[in-house]
Design a protein around this ligand. Sequence first.
Ligand code: HEC
Ligand code: HEC
Length: 373
Amino acid sequence: MRKIALATTFLSLGTFLVGFHKPTPLKQENPLSIKAKKAPLRVAQNTKKPEPQVDVPEGFLMAYKPLPKDYHNASSRSAAKIDLGRMLYYDTRLSKNHDLSCNSCHKLDNYGVDNEPTSVGHKKQRGDRNSPTVYNAAGHFVQFWDGRSPHVEHQATQPVLNPVEMAIPNPAYAVKVLKSIPGYVAAFQKAYPKEKDPVTYKNMGDAIGAFERGLVTPSRWDAFLNGKKDALTNAEKQGFIKFVSSGCLTCHIGPQLGGHMYQKAGLIKPWPNQKDKGRGTLLKDKTYDMFFKVPGLRNIAKTAPYMHDGSVKTLPEAVAMMARHQLGRELSKEDIASIVTFLNALTGSVDANYIKKPALPASSATTPKADPN
Ligand code: HEC
Ligand code: HEC
């Protein structure tokens, strides 16, 4: 219930900001408009009139913040853990048939996604939900669409055992695999030097999580928030103003533009596909039917298809659907295009060296063989 109250607060904040955004061409306190007023003398001598910078009202930026440098905590900030986690992330031997790694569904050279509506797992099975990106996921308040995992370290222990994903039969089997690979035994010892028996299932998740905490994608939007006012084009700034004044900020705020709370898919107008009830099913409580984690919007232009079921193919469609079902409004084609222009500015990049596939340690005679069944 507190979450709903919080959402209502943001809703009113949204309404407040929408109301606040009456065009104010001669805002005295704004240094840019003062400059614009003084400019004509000089501009007159130029043949080409420079386009005046679109001014984003300060109030519109209140709810936004640049990305942090990384998502590390005291435990994860360890080069040995990160290096181990990177190897595990790419290792298909953590799947029953040695054909899937984390990178199969969350491709690190493709914005952390596979661009499939739902992903292909063990024996070509498909789950019910779209694979979200692993980029910046460590910054979310919970993991998964329904938030059933508290953090990336715990989350990483889930797909390995999921029968439609990597399909390892049980944690002991995964540990057996890891212990059969001498290079891993050494790497776990290096990453967890104080532990007597460091090759554990929990430490496997811990190391993968440590690696994921470095997947941060700063973009021009961050440069803009850090004060570089010309880091965004006028069209992108106008798109942001449209994003806020349309009410998207009710739910998409913070450094990730989401990833910070649950909300109902279909808050105003019922969501078309009600098969997956999200948190309602998880909590066995109808009050939370259709509640999902509000996804972050970083790199959103690159992570199609959209929504928990992967049913929406393009970004303009996703924006139109959001306006209709979350806000009860029909946006014009122009407004949708303008918002999409802004969303494109959220595409960032991750350090290419950080995500480079490392050499993986060799199997031994005791390493379990691939099992297609
Ligand atoms: C077969 C495809 C597949 C594989 C392999 C896979 N994942 Fe996922 N991943 C998914 C799907 C689908 C979801 C969403 C499931 C849900 O929300 O119920 C997901 C969710 C996540 C999330 C949550 C992101 C968020 O925004 O909530 C993270 C983080 C993640 N996976 C990391 C990993 C890691 C680490 C591995 C390897 C240990 C891995 N995944 C292996 C398909 C896969
Ligand atoms: C009331 C809260 C709320 C509002 C308002 C809202 N969203 Fe969302 N948004 C969500 C939720 C919840 C989802 C996940 C829906 C699902 O898949 O079930 C989502 C999903 C999205 C997605 C797809 C993300 C992905 O990874 O698949 C995009 C894009 C998006 N929103 C953009 C917008 C835009 C643009 C606006 C304004 C027009 C907006 N949202 C308004 C809550 C909201």
